[in-house]
Design a protein around this ligand. Structure first.
Ligand SMILES: C[S@@+](CC[C@H](N)C(=O)[O-])C[C@H]1O[C@@H](n2cnc3c(N)ncnc32)[C@H](O)[C@@H]1O
Length: 207
């Protein structure tokens, strides 16, 4: 049973998160390895993605792949509020205990898979209707890997790709290439939680 002590719980967009001081979080931090590749907290761009999904809901029962899921906030939103079947993928196995804890506090099930983007081939990507991601392109050397992944997903027939980002330069380079090659849109976005989150949504509709 999750510990539901309310002082250390926050709820934005109907998704519960736990502060670092919450007993379940403290216990988990003591028991698990440190995350790598910046999977060490909830990142604000996840709220830009959730805000977009709230305003533009997916068809019910969509099959969703959350890439570079981290602690899986957007995955949880899709499972809890859009009745989606979600698979959350990350290269770093240390993020999954945090995702599981938050999923438990939100009473949802999320499938997880430990894999790098480059390991997701066209046959795997073709199993999903929608790909979502937030803040997954933060080092220059990631641009090529992320662009190639988007290219494989478009070729595999994934209907919609939605990536939120706080305007990191490697992401903007990918966005520009997607606008040229896949008629993508870059939609400015702002969300207020306890903080002010700013960035854009990269949207590719693969009709
Ligand atoms: C900045 S965090 C964002 C996490 C989450 N999407 C969010 O918005 O809170 C980036 C995540 O991408 C994952 N990641 C980075 N490079 C990756 C790769 N090549 N393949 C799969 N996951 C990767 C990291 O492990 C990390 O969890």
């Amino acid at each position: 049973m999750p510990n539901t002590s309310p002082i250390q719980i926050r709820d934005y967009f109907g998704v519960r998160t736990l502060l670092a001081s919450h007993p379940d979080m403290r216990r988990l931090k003591r028991a698990t390895h440190a995350t790598q590749l910046h999977g060490n907290k909830l990142w604000g761009s996840a709220y830009l993605l959730i805000d977009y999904l709230q305003k533009n809901p997916l068809p019910a029962a969509s099959k969703v792949l959350d890439l570079g899921c981290g602690w899986g906030l957007a995955s949880i939103y899709c499972a809890k509020h859009l009745q989606a079947t979600v698979t959350a993928v990350d290269a770093d196995p240390a993020v999954f205990p945090y995702l599981s804890l938050l999923a438990q506090h939100n009473a949802v099930n999320i499938n997880t898979q430990c894999a790098r983007f480059e390991a997701l081939d066209a046959d795997t990507l073709a199993q999903y209707d929608v790909i979502i991601a937030s803040d997954i392109c933060f080092w220059d050397e990631m641009s090529e890997e992320v662009f190639d992944l988007i290219h494989r997903a478009v070729d595999a027939g994934v209907e919609k790709i939605i990536i939120a980002d706080p305007h990191r330069p490697p992401f903007l380079a990918v966005a520009e290439a997607c606008i040229d090659d896949f008629f993508a849109e870059l939609i400015p976005s702002e969300v207020l939680t306890s903080r002010h989150h700013r960035g854009s949504i990269l949207l590719i509709e693969n009709a």
